[in-house]
Design a protein around this ligand. Sequence first.
Ligand code: ADP
Ligand code: MG
Length: 262
Amino acid sequence: MTRILAIANQKGGVAKTTTVESLGAALADLDVSVLVVDLDPQGCLTFSLGHDPDQLESSVHDVLLGDEEIADVLLDTEDKVTLLPATIDLAGAEALLLMRPGREYALKRALAEVGQDFDVIIVDCPPSLGVLTLNGLTAADEVIVPLQCETLAHRGVGQLLRTVREVQQITNPDLTMLGAVATLFDARTTHSRDVLADVADRYDLPVLNPPIPRTVRFAEASASGASVMRGRKNKGATAYRELAENLWKHWDAGEDVRTLDF
Ligand code: ADP
Ligand code: MG
């Protein structure tokens, strides 16, 4: 059975794209077949997986609008995951989709065509709660919210959880909020942990184990175009591998996901 996971937070810079890329690579290393979907018009996931969005003939945009078959748009990557790429065209998709009936279901319909080819599909949502994110949440079985452990991390979480509840009521009753993943975590101070405990308590949101530490290797990796999972061993990659194992045991063996205690 294919598991579809959406990574969503309308805030930018909280490591959504990094989480999709690193988790995808870590799952692929466990011999899981993975498709990652770039739903952000900025195309950062597409770019960091080695494809220049400006050079692509077709993208998820054409698939959502029904102009291309999804199978014709998929790309291979060096990370061993398959990519449904985005280009800046996607910025216009919001307006075009809004005029269509069933607009929230466009991605779900497309993924149904290729679902049997993949064990896990991970969707990188854009930094907004517009129709693209609604497509991601409508297609997904589960959603994870990356939270950057800074003082105002909770801002916007209430609005995101409200959107998730609306999707559960209207377009996707089977959607499960799996929890938050702590990103850019600084284990040397108690601040990160306090922020997390506050958000978890305030919104009754589980926090998945382990937190992802802040490490300069991520910035180096984006600059070099190589995934942080491929470089030399570092604590960020190790944390994403542990998170991938946690999720895979949940999906494959039906175990509860492991969460942090505060
Ligand atoms: P989003 O998709 O939510 O906008 P990104 O994944 O693009 O966020 O990450 C934002 C920035 O933070 C990027 O420059 C990325 O390299 C950096 N980053 C992500 N995770 C980490 C980390 N664990 N440590 C250090 N930098 C990180
Ligand atoms: Mg992003």
